[in-house]
Design a protein around this ligand. Structure first.
Ligand code: XIL
Length: 528
């Protein structure tokens, strides 16, 4: 897994060594020679410690960015200092959105955006502008437009004025944000642009932006496209088709507003990054944060789960050459947009005293390309080498099968009585008793006649209470095809469980559900 980036850095080192040796040989001045000596040390076995995220990112050739708030940058010296030290890229959190920039038709308020951009460039932090076509934070005068041509004119004027002003300063723009809606019949979000211009608005807006500034890199940005699922699939096909038609799209931002108790598995994220990169797109994790309220347990447990989620996500990017970097959606917990709904979400990497949280070190370790260590799988007989041993039917009949396209044997739950029926494995209390973070993978397939959803979850009993289901993963699949279902999750118990069952269920009653190659591994922090 570590092969790609290791090879790159090793070859860098080799070329550096030979030039070092030549320079050292001709070295005459004491101070200069000492510098060359430092430069020639072979770090191949020692991973250097970096004082800041920025230094680590620089060494790895990746961007570590953050969303920036203009008021905080103006008023809070500690904020400005951390921003300059820790980050090498900046996205204005709100200042370059349509509503703050042009609250009234042709009346612009550039002061916040100007300030953020000037400060960032002074700190040598490239800026990504965010965003032109989005259904939120639109000025009311735009929301009131009902005519297609009028909307086109408004878009063009807004994009021209904004991109002209920041030409050569903002070189990367989020052009379209959140245009895909998983639940909409056509797959496109039913926003103002879609309603008036149809799905072609996406193409139109990218073309407009490219006509204004042909040097700028233009991005599509969205949430919940990090994992290989239905929404990512739609987005992939949409961008592939647009690119095939020559539409100027250069990158994709996967927002990655994670919930630390359930988030995309590193392998899944990496496969997804890779396939978008293979389209020729730059891939960025564009708005990383980690909501903690979904995890019961102490603040310490939440912080630890978050540290692991951040490390897995950051390392996934660093290990994929097609991923340019990660932007955090802010860095001070206190000012995270996640808190807007009332509860403190502790979603970022510095606490209210500007102290580094465990999540900071997760990002740092991730920048060094370190995924968490995987403990041995807790699932017994996960590839059915021992027949159906250790597996139980849940209102179904289990059959052992073999498939040409699967190396291991397969268990199929047939004659399923309900949606919840399927198959499972019991006696997992010990594996989960202490809580912690885990990652799972399984091959799944359904034998119905139409696309259907499949679920994997833990059914947990705590003494004296009704069983509860903790959903670990969901996948919508066509019939008769094998799909990989993967995910990472964290558990913390208020009362320890008395029984835990891993369960697979999902499609309509009667539809057979088949699984194989089931693994579930603890993610164990490296004590070093
Ligand atoms: C959020 C900002 O962080 C908030 O301050 C603002 O009130 C609402 O928007 N996806 C995006 C971002 O693309 O622009 C959003 O930012 C968060 C979700």
């Amino acid at each position: 897994m570590l092969d790609g980036p290791m090879v790159v850095s090793r070859s860098n080192r080799r070329s550096r060594s030979s030039s070092c040796v030549r320079k050292l040989a001709g070295c005459a001045r004491a101070f200069g020679c000492a510098l060359w000596l430092v430069a020639c040390v072979d770090y191949s076995t020692v991973e250097p410690d970096y004082a800041t995220l920025r230094q680590a990112a620089q060494a790895k050739g990746k961007l570590i960015g953050t969303a920036v708030d203009g008021d905080l940058l103006r008023d809070d010296v500690q904020y400005a200092t951390l921003l300059a030290q820790e980050f090498n890229a900046v996205t204005p959190e709100n200042a370059t959105k349509w509503e703050p920039l042009e609250p009234q038709d042709d009346k612009y308020e550039f002061s916040d955006a100007d300030f953020i951009v000037e400060q960032a460039l002074a700190q040598e932090q490239p800026v990504k502008g965010h965003v032109f076509a989005w259904h939120q934070q639109l000025p009311s005068w735009v929301e009131g437009i009902t005519d297609a041509e009028e909307l086109r004119v408004a878009l063009r004027e807004h994009i021209e004025t904004t991109m002209e002003r920041y030409r050569g300063k903002i070189m990367v723009w989020d052009v379209v944000n959140e245009a895909v809606d998983d639940n909409a019949p056509a797959g496109y979000r039913d926003n103002l642009f879609y309603q008036l211009l149809g799905p072609d608005y996406i193409e139109e807006v990218f073309v407009m932006a490219h006509e204004v500034d042909a040097d700028a890199l233009l991005y599509y940005n969205d949430y919940a496209i990090e994992r290989m699922g239905h929404k990512a699939e739609f987005t992939y096909r949409m961008l592939r088709d647009l690119l095939e038609r020559g539409v100027p799209i250069h990158g994709i931002g996967m927002q990655s507003h994670l919930a630390v108790h359930r988030y995309p598995a590193a392998d899944d994220l990496r496969d997804n990054i890779r396939r978008f990169a293979e389209l020729g797109l730059r891939v960025e994790i564009s708005e990383l944060d980690g909501r903690t309220s979904g995890l019961t347990g102490t603040l310490e447990q939440k912080y630890e789960a978050q540290r692991i989620a951040f490390q897995e996500t950051m390392a996934s990017c660093v290990l994929e050459p097609g991923c340019t970097g990660v932007t955090l959606w802010g860095f001070l917990d206190e000012h995270s947009w996640l808190n807007d709904e009332g509860e403190a979400e502790h979603g970022l990497i510095f606490d209210d005293n500007y102290e580094k949280k465990p999540g900071y070190f997760g990002v740092m370790n991730g920048l060094l390309g370190k995924l968490l260590k995987r403990g041995p799988t807790v699932i017994r007989n996960g590839d059915f080498d021992d027949g159906l041993d250790d597996w139980v039917d849940v209102d179904s009949t289990l059959r052992l099968e073999s498939f040409d396209d699967q190396q291991s044997q397969v268990a199929c739950a047939e004659e399923r009585a309900t949606n919840e029926a399927g198959l499972g494995q019991d006696d997992l209390v010990e594996a989960f008793a202490d809580g912690g973070s885990f990652t799972f993978s399984a091959q799944v397939r359904q034998e119905g006649t139409a696309a259907a959803g499949m679920n994997v979850g833990l059914i947990v009993e705590q003494d004296g209470q009704d069983p509860t289901t903790i959903s670990l993963g969901y996948l919508f699949a066509d019939p008769g095809v094998w799909r990989t279902m993967r995910g990472s999750f964290a558990l913390a118990w208020e009362a320890p469980p008395s029984s835990v069952r891993l369960s697979f269920s999902g499609p309509d009653p009667g539809v057979a559900l088949c699984i194989t190659q089931v693994t579930l591994n603890p993610l164990t922090p490296d004590p070093g």
